[in-house]
Design a protein around this ligand. Structure first.
Ligand SMILES: [Fe+2]
Length: 287
């Protein structure tokens, strides 16, 4: 499990941030939003195949909002603009990935984070930023979809933690909106990662989650496995505000309700819900 973000970390960042080059003007942020819209529009063909492109566009804009919620909760307004750009660009590789391969499954195409970094470099879009700000953005993108954060250096690690939480918060909203639809007009392979939607859960996934071990996406066998992994994301959340959002929106019980009930899933649910409450109390105490 990731360590919490402590007062000491925040204090040292607050102190140095004004002269350490994290500031980005609202005008630049606005121009990047305009570039994002133009870039996404270039992938629209105005037919039914646009659905997944529009889904990723909506996801990105919601991750920007979740990011604002998190930076506000940390009372760190000086990092807000840079964090916002991290959110805006974190999935920029998704559009070309889908256009080239027709899937969002990285294992069948490319690592979408690496693809995003290639896109930003090829478009030369980060030229308005300093090399320090560019490094922060590229590091956070590269690590947003890894099992663990690799860097221990601040403030790189902070931005990695922020994007990983903001991303997960919106994915909860997005997948539940889909899973809870009683009548699915058609299945969305983009959300289900091309996994078979059969009523089974894999015992090796349940075992790993019960041991609080991370699961790699290539170990998933069914859509239900993926739902369990999403419920277990609570162990990877870094900030009290993220855990509170998951608790208040009842994301864990709602996910579990979409999986057929069994003795194992009931046991797993009470473990996850208990751990969520414990984690909220612990992180609140640390911050
Ligand atoms: Fe992503």
């Amino acid at each position: 499990m990731e360590s919490s973000y402590s007062c000491t970390d925040r204090g040292s960042l607050n102190q140095s941030s004004h002269d350490s080059g994290l500031y980005i003007s609202p005008e630049i942020v606005k121009r990047y939003h305009q570039w994002f819209e133009t870039y996404v529009n270039s992938f629209l063909s105005h037919n039914s195949s646009d659905e997944n492109i529009l889904l990723k566009r909506e996801h990105t804009l919601n991750v920007v909002k979740e990011m604002q919620y998190l930076t506000k909760s940390l009372d760190m307004p000086h990092i807000e603009a840079l964090a916002r750009l991290v959110a805006l660009f974190h999935d920029i590789g998704r559009f070309r990935q889908y256009a080239r391969f027709g899937t969002f499954a990285d294992r069948d195409s490319v690592n979408h984070a690496h693809e995003g970094i290639r896109v930003l470099k090829q478009e030369g879009i980060l030229a308005k930023l300093s090399s320090y700000q560019t490094r922060i953005i590229l590091t956070a993108i590269a690590q947003h979809n890894r099992v663990h954060i690799r860097t221990r250096r601040e403030p790189y690690r902070l931005f990695c933690k922020l994007i990983r939480d903001a991303d997960k918060l919106d994915i909860y909203r997005l997948v539940l909106d889909y899973y809870e639809r009683s009548e699915k007009e058609k299945r969305n392979s983009g959300i289900e990662l091309d996994l078979p939607d059969i009523p089974e859960v894999s015992s090796h996934i349940i075992e790993k989650i019960m041991c609080r071990e991370p699961v790699n996406y290539h170990e998933l066998c069914t859509v239900n496995d993926f739902k369990l992994v999403q419920a277990a994301w609570i162990y990877d959340l870094n900030f009290p505000a993220s855990l509170q959002r998951v608790f208040k929106q009842r994301y864990v019980p709602r996910l579990m309700a979409t999986i057929g009930e069994s003795r194992e899933t009931r046991k797993l649910y009470s473990r996850l819900q208990g751990d969520l409450i414990e984690l909220m109390n612990k992180k609140r105490a640390v911050l």
